[in-house]
Design a protein around this ligand. Structure first.
Ligand code: COA
Length: 390
């Protein structure tokens, strides 16, 4: 039985900053951000968007009534969750009006959470072929104003329906994975900003990629030329390119050109959204599928997932017949076109506006937020979520 991605969509908040302008404000050359880091625009979450609303908005765009009835497992990958006890999945389950006979959980392992969700979903579908699983990867990446990680922030979510006989990508069985206890990036429960050893995390990202890639080849008997494209977890778009370059010489010139061209297609959306942690690899997949016009049905796509701390995994999927018909190209183009640029001063003000943590009541103004689902405030330590009426 084939199991894989039946539907996939993403959501990013309606505000962004231009990286050229951020560079000028931070007194660095714009090319450092646009070429050295490889980012053009960075999505900014207003106070009315949090990881729950971002995930719910992403899923809202792909689900129909049949999905709502058949989804019996919601898996929410995040590393910027809003509660240390209750899962974001339960809120999303309610906001989307899903079948009550469902399991709903949150998964945490830095940017790897949604991949763990997909692997769990595969097992669930293997045992329950009629079911569907909603896998979410949703985060707001925050390093702080004027920090070296600032240019690698972002906000957004990816939603996927995993099912039997998927219409987009059938996941193959072989997979290679690795866990090593390292401190390259972490966020203690008392901090709303991550701690990061940036250079070490870059090194480890590549080291994990090389390790799982070697392991995958040994397990599968496949080689680089068997892949039409490889999608990477993208904390910033230059990161995946650095990893790809370490193995590129394993392929001939024609294959190298194809892999590099497809890599470019797989980074277009991320370049304009920024880092969305758990969703980044899957945003890259959406970008490749929607913008890679050379891809053919039956092609093999590699996926490299990395979550600091650290867990890495390399796994693969095969594009299904007529997969293009099931993508959300127009919705995503409209989402990008409808965004509003804000100045660096406005971004700094938005960044510093945070949900109260002292039990006080707050009401947020959502008149400018274009999202269908938003955070209206907080009362008695409970977040108040609202779905706009059409
Ligand atoms: N034109 C073109 N490129 C330029 C440039 C210019 N004017 N100025 C600098 N660059 C290049 C650098 O050469 C470097 O490229 P390289 O890595 O290929 O050598 C790149 O821009 C970044 O410069 P660097 O000095 O290394 O940046 P930084 O020390 O300010 O921080 C990160 C970069 C990624 C380490 C930092 O943003 C970070 O910690 N991010 C969060 C952690 C993260 O994303 N980790 C990834 C793995 S999960």
């Amino acid at each position: 039985m084939k199991i894989g991605i039946d539907k996939i969509g993403f959501y990013a908040p309606h505000l962004y900053v231009d990286m050229n302008k951020l560079a000028v404000a931070r007194n660095v050359e714009p090319e450092k951000f646009t070429i050295g880091i490889g980012q053009e625009k960075m999505a900014i979450a207003p106070i009315t968007q949090d990881p729950v609303t971002l995930a719910a908005n992403a899923a809202l765009n792909i689900l129909n009534d049949e999905d709502r009835a058949k989804i019996d497992f919601v898996i929410f990958g995040t590393e910027s969750g809003i509660d240390n006890s209750k899962s974001g999945a339960v809120y999303v389950h309610h906001l989307l009006d899903l079948n009550p006979n469902a399991r709903s959980i949150e998964v945490k392992q830095a940017c790897y959470g949604a991949t763990a969700g997909i692997q769990m979903a595969k097992g669930h579908i293997a045992l329950n072929p009629e079911s569907r699983v909603l896998v979410l990867g949703s985060d707001i990446a925050r390093y702080g104003l004027n920090t070296s990680g600032e240019s690698t922030q972002g906000a957004g979510a990816v939603a996927m329906v995993i099912s039997a006989n998927p219409k987009i990508l059938a996941l193959e069985d072989k997979s290679a994975y690795l866990t090593v206890d390292i401190m390259d990036f972490w966020r203690p429960v008392y901090s709303d900003k991550a701690f990061v050893d940036g250079k070490f995390s870059n090194e480890q990202y590549i080291h994990f990629f090389n390790t799982v890639w070697e392991q995958y080849k040994a397990k599968s008997d496949l080689a680089l030329n068997d892949f039409e494209a490889i999608c990477f977890h993208l904390p910033y778009t230059k990161m995946g390119l650095k990893a790809l370059r370490t193995v590129l010489e394993e392929a001939n010139e024609v294959d190298q050109e194809r892999l590099l061209a497809n890599y470019k297609s797989s980074t277009l959306y991320n370049r304009n959204v920024g880092n969305i942690y758990t969703g980044s690899l899957y945003l890259s997949l959406v970008s490749l599928l929607e913008q890679g016009d050379q891809l053919k049905d039956g092609s093999r796509i590699g996926l490299y997932s990395y979550g600091s701390g650290a867990v890495g995994e390399f796994f693969t999927g095969i594009l299904q017949p007529n997969y293009r018909e099931y993508l959300q190209v127009e919705k995503h183009a409209n989402l990008f076109a409808a965004r509003t640029e804000i100045s660096i001063e406005e971004y700094e003000a938005v960044f510093q506006e945070t949900v109260p943590v002292d039990g006080s009541t707050a009401e947020f103004d959502a008149t400018k937020d274009t999202a269908a689902i938003y955070l209206a405030g907080i009362k008695d330590n409970m977040r108040q979520y609202v779905t706009k009426k059409n």
